[in-house]
Design a protein around this ligand. Sequence first.
Ligand code: PEP
Length: 247
Amino acid sequence: MQRKLAAGNWKMNGTGDSLSELSALAEGHRSASVDILICPPAPLLSRAAEVASGSAVAVGGQDCHAAPSGAHTGDISAAMLLDAGAGSVILGHSERRQDHGETDGDVRAKTEAATAAGLIAIVCVGESLDQREAGQTLDVIGAQMDGSVPDGMTADTLVIAYEPIWAIGTGKVPTLEQIGEVHDFMRTRLTQRFGEATASGIRLLYGGSVKPGNAGEIFSVSNVDGALVGGASLKASDFAPIIAALE
Ligand code: PEP
């Protein structure tokens, strides 16, 4: 069984000064009973890896290109992330899908590239508010999982993050029943595709306005194996209690 995972996504926030927050987090977590991950902006990655070195905090990327190298100005390959100290990469975040037009096919290709380079892929899925209100949530999540996750993934190479778009950065959180319904559905979908032994080990994260005050109840929901946290991962004093709720 994989360990639970508390993953922080700094998005496009932070410069070198912000590494003091990572330093405080690392100092407070020389060891941990859960996996802890911070995904800073790419220019901070190698410095972040140095700051976190020797602690229980790992660092990861927020995106990678599907190609191993080439004429892709501004893009970053999976091997570059690995070289900078990353062990994981977030792929298909709804902000990438919205802002950069990433399709399920793009996310699948990136996931294949990440896996080939030796990174753990954290593949994000989630419905819009319109889709939820139209009763399409499970259809949307199922289609995104089918389209974005390549064949041959294992519990060591894949994490799925369920992030309802309407809950990201809004302070709105689905009910525990709604979270449980989607996570149970995702586990079943993975079991149908990869078999019970593999699917039971693939970690399913919830993401969307996770805070110290609601983390405990969210982690009590079955098939929630951790969280992908945006805003509340920027400060060690906010992220530490979320980690503690998972331990
Ligand atoms: C995210 O960006 O993945 C996220 C869940 O953000 P927040 O925690 O700020 O809602």
